[in-house]
Every structure is written in structure tokens, then in C-alpha cells.
Design a protein around this ligand. Structure first.
Ligand code: PLP
Length: 500
């Protein structure tokens, strides 16, 4: 493709994207497809003749775009917001258009140094002290794995260069809670800690925040039993119910064990932009690492996960490979981001933040976050006032966890499996309709009550109060249609990965 051909095709594509965004509310939130439908609509063998951009756009319009769950839709309340602000998309576009190669400072000096600057801007905007240095990782899952590896090497005094973790004299333990994101356990297993050494610290039954006293008890017991407490992963804004582990108490406890504290604030970190919300993050400044995802609520197009470290030198020692062909002539002076994580090559991700901050401006972003917090409080109050609806977890930020207590033919409240079935039936009715999308999720209940609830995760850039008013109407109508065993058959299924 020549630059002139690119110019013509790209102009058309930009119009197409802008039109789609402008008309997103007309689209169903969820596509009307079954697994395999899209594969079936596409040719099984590779193209042999070149096509025109117009022909390729027809694939996009006919098959690909209709197969997308519209997470930018204002009636999308599933998982967590995955905002893709158009300003950040400009940065992504420029990143691709420049086609630069980030494998060392020399391979693209601006790629490295713009990243240093925007990561530090974001540090300042979120009120983190200047002891932190940061990097952009692809995702919070990667950041957690990187933290695990750094913690492992600190606990074993760099066993990786010798006998490895297997040669270390004591098993290393990881501490987190049942509320932690699935990526935490995954990272612990991948980093070689072993599932047997992942401890689930008790949580408060209502807030689901880690009980710090139980952490102290467990770490001591492990140390007494000849094990090495290596890392605590604190969930600050958990995925299920936005629980906040008490980082200030955790860092105090952990200090005497010399263990690493990683703060997983993937979703909630955006709230650090709001000074009035920073009390939720007390103690975070004393942790060893923190990561949060601008690619969620904040609005940067995937992927963009900020990770800050208090001792980047340690991380660099763990991650550096330093093959001579990559050695910068400036060695030691310039930042080499390949030594701050796992991949060698990196995209110019910093441009996404650069464009978003420069064009939208931080005060516009803050106002949007505050709007969403107010909308969540409003929704929780409205549902609490409606008969038979209950809010089942504290509303810390923008996620409202709800359940409707349906009634049986005798008018008694549903419990146990019947309530679970009712919950799944009404939420699936809404999701199937394409009018709105919500995530059912399991809420572990020690008292044996029903475990399914529905998360209403507010925060799509386009979502305003009137969308929430419409959602309440849909929810009330959905429970009316599904009350009292009007089964659509087999509603109670296994949770999917996303349900968690
Ligand atoms: C979304 C989320 C993650 C995973 O984020 P990725 O960037 O998709 O890896 C991890 N932890 C929490 C608390 C999350 O909300």
C-alpha cells in the first residue's frame, strides 16, 4: 500500500469509526451471535488475490463489527468500564503510524522519554509521592506477574541466577484474599510459588476487605513453620464488589517480614485522580509496587496499565538480559524499558496517554469520574427503596452489586438455588435483549445464602443518568417477567471466566 492509497483508505475509515461512535446507541449492546457464527461466516482458506480497501471494509461491516459486544455503549454495565476515549485512539493511531520500534532507548528515544514523562504526569495527578518511578505494562495481569517475580528474587536474594526457587531452603508464601482477581493466583503459579503456598487471608463478611489481623497471624504462623512470606497482593478496588484491602495496616504488618507489597488497583486506581477519594488508598505510598489500568475507567484505549515501583533498580536486576547487540551506547544513562518487564519490543503506548491528557484535559476526566460516582450512589439509593431489591455490598466507587429477592407462588422470598436461578434468569433476559448488559457474579456467602448477584458497573464514557433510569426500568420489568418459576430452562449455569 502506498502512502497515497493509505491516505484515501484511512480517511474513509476514520469517517466510519466516527459514525459508528456517534450512532452507538442505535446498536444492540450484545451481538446476536452464537459461538462459531463468525468463523462460519469467514472464508476458511487464506486470500490468494489482493482486495480493495472497500472490499475489506465490507467484511468489517457485514461480519466483524456485528460480532462485537459494544462496551462503549452507554447501556453497557458489564465487567468494568473499558473506555476507549477518541482522544486516546488518536494517540494509538499515531503510535501505529509512526511504526517505531521500542527495544532500547536508541531504537526510539522519544518512545522511551515520552513514556517517562507521561508516567510521571500520571504519578503527580494521582497524588503518589516522587519516590515512585513507573512504566507502562500491557495489562494489570502482567504487572502482577512482574511484581511476583521481583518479590521472589528479593526473597531469595536472586536465586534465579543460581539454583532457582527450587534450590531455596524455604517455601515462599503469597498472601491475598478470595476477592483478588484471578490474575493474582495465576501470577503466583506462573512465578513458581506453587498453589499450596497461596494463602487466602480472611475478609470482612460485609466489606470483603482483607482482615489485616488475620494476615499477621498467617504470616507469623508460616514463618514459625519455616516458610518465607514473600509477597502480599492487596486488592484496592476488587473486581467483584470493589473491596479495598487496608494497605496502611498491611504495610505495617509486612515490614517486619521484609515481604513485598503489591497493590492491585487495576480498576480503582483512576479514583486516585480525585483528591476526595484518596483516603481509600491510605498506605499505598509505602507499598513496593502498584499498578492500575488507565484502560478501564480512566478511558485510555487498551492496552495501558501503569506500574510504579519504589525500587526499580531491583526490578532491572531481575529483568535485565543485556545482550551485547542491544547495549545502548549510553548504557546506564538512558532508561531501557525492556528491563522493566517481560517483552523486549514495545509499542509507543505513551502517546495514548499523551493525546488523552493533552486533548481531553484532566479536569474533564475528573468531572466524568465524579459523575459516575454520583450515578452509582443514585442507583444504589433507588434500588434500596424499591421493594425486594437489595444492594449486597458497600458502594465504594462506581459498581453497585444487587440482587432481587423474588417470591414463590406463596409469596415467600426465594432462597438458595431458587434465588440463584431467579437472579440468573432476569439478568440473562436483559443481556439477551441487547438493551443493556450486566455481569452476574458469585458472591461467596459464608452463611449459605444464595451466591449469585448482579454487578452494575457504571462508568462508560457515554453513560448519563437517563441511561440508569432506563436500566432501572429494564430491571424491574425483567424481574416481573421472570418471577415465580417461569423458567426458561436451565438458567443456573456454571460461571464463565468473566462472571468472576
Ligand atoms: C481488571 C482487573 C485486573 C486485570 O486487568 P488486565 O489489565 O485485564 O490484566 C486485575 N485486577 C483487578 C482488580 C481488575 O479489576
Amino acid at each position: 500500500m502506498t502512502p497515497e492509497e493509505f491516505r484515501a483508505a484511512a480517511h474513509e475509515l476514520v469517517d466510519w469509526i466516527a459514525d459508528r461512535r456517534a450512532g452507538i446507541e442505535e446498536l444492540p449492546v450484545r451481538p446476536d451471535v452464537e459461538p462459531g457464527d463468525i468463523v462460519a461466516a469467514l472464508p476458511g482458506s487464506p486470500p490468494t488475490e489482493p482486495a480493495t480497501p472497500d472490499e475489506v471494509r465490507r467484511d468489517l461491516e457485514d461480519v466483524i463489527a456485528p460480532g462485537i459486544t459494544e462496551v462503549q455503549h452507554p447501556m453497557h454495565f458489564g465487567w468494568f468500564p473499558a473506555n476507549a476515549s477518541l482522544s486516546s485512539i488518536l494517540g494509538d493511531f499515531v503510535s501505529s503510524g509512526l511504526g517505531s520500534l521500542g527495544i532500547s532507548w536508541e531504537s526510539s528515544p522519544a518512545l522511551t522519554e515520552v513514556e517517562e514523562v507521561v508516567v510521571d504526569w500520571m504519578r503527580q495527578l494521582t497524588g503518589l509521592s516522587d519516590q515512585w518511578q513507573g512504566v507502562i505494562q500491557d495489562t494489570a495481569s502482567t504487572a502482577c506477574l512482574v511484581a511476583m517475580l521481583a518479590a521472589r528474587e528479593r526473597a531469595t536474594d536472586h536465586a534465579q541466577v543460581g539454583a532457582g526457587i527450587g534450590g531455596f531452603d524455604r517455601p515462599l508464601c503469597v498472601y491475598t484474599t478470595s476477592e483478588a482477581h484471578s490474575s493474582v493466583r495465576k501470577a503466583a503459579l506462573l512465578a513458581g510459588f506453587g498453589g499450596d503456598h497461596v494463602r487466602q487471608v480472611e475478609v470482612d463478611p460485609w466489606t470483603r476487605d482483607m482482615v489485616a489481623a488475620d494476615l499477621a497471624v498467617r504470616m507469623e504462623a508460616d514463618r514459625d513453620a519455616g516458610m518465607a512470606p514473600a509477597i502480599v497482593v492487596a486488592s484496592v478496588g476488587s473486581t467483584g464488589t470493589t473491596a479495598f484491602d487496608p494497605v496502611d495496616e498491611i504495610v505495617e504488618i509486612v515490614r517486619s517480614f521484609g515481604a513485598w507489597v503489591h497493590v492491585d488497583a487495576a480498576m480503582a486506581g483512576a479514583a486516585m485522580l480525585l483528591p476526595e477519594q484518596r483516603h481509600l488508598f491510605a498506605g499505598v505510598d509505602q507499598a513496593d509496587s502498584i499498578s492500575w489500568n488507565p484502560h478501564k475507567w480512566f478511558g485510555t484505549i487498551l492496552d495501558c496499565s501503569l506500574m510504579y515501583l519504589r525500587d526499580p533498580e531491583h526490578l532491572i536486576r531481575v529483568m535485565s538480559t543485556d545482550p551485547s547487540y542491544l547495549r545502548s551506547t549510553l548504557g546506564g544513562e538512558a532508561t531501557q524499558y525492556r528491563d522493566w518487564g517481560i517483552p523486549l519490543g514495545r509499542r509507543f503506548r505513551a502517546l495514548k496517554l499523551w493525546y488523552q491528557l493533552r486533548i481531553d484535559g484532566v479536569e474533564t476526566i475528573r468531572a466524568r469520574l465524579r459523575r459516575d460516582l454520583a450515578n452509582a450512589r443514585w442507583l444504589a439509593e433507588v434500588l434500596d427503596d424499591l421493594p425486594d431489591w437489595e444492594v449486597v455490598a458497600p458502594v465504594r466507587l462506581q459498581t453497585v452489586c444487587v440482587r432481587h429477592v423474588g417470591r414463590d407462588a406463596q409469596g415467600s422470598p426465594l432462597t438458595g438455588a431458587a434465588l440463584d436461578e431467579h437472579t440468573l434468569r432476569w439478568v440473562r433476559a436483559i443481556n439477551r435483549s441487547g438493551e443493556a448488559f450486566l455481569s452476574p457474579s458469585i458472591l461467596d456467602a459464608p452463611d449459605g445464602r444464595a451466591r449469585w448477584m448482579v454487578r452494575v458497573s457504571i462508568g462508560v464514557e457515554a453513560t448519563e443518568r437517563h441511561h440508569l433510569e432506563r436500566l432501572v426500568g429494564l430491571m424491574v420489568a425483567a424481574v416481573d417477567d421472570t418471577v415465580c418459576g417461569s423458567s426458561d430452562g436451565g438458567a443456573a449455569g456454571r460461571p464463565t471466566q468473566f462472571d468472576r
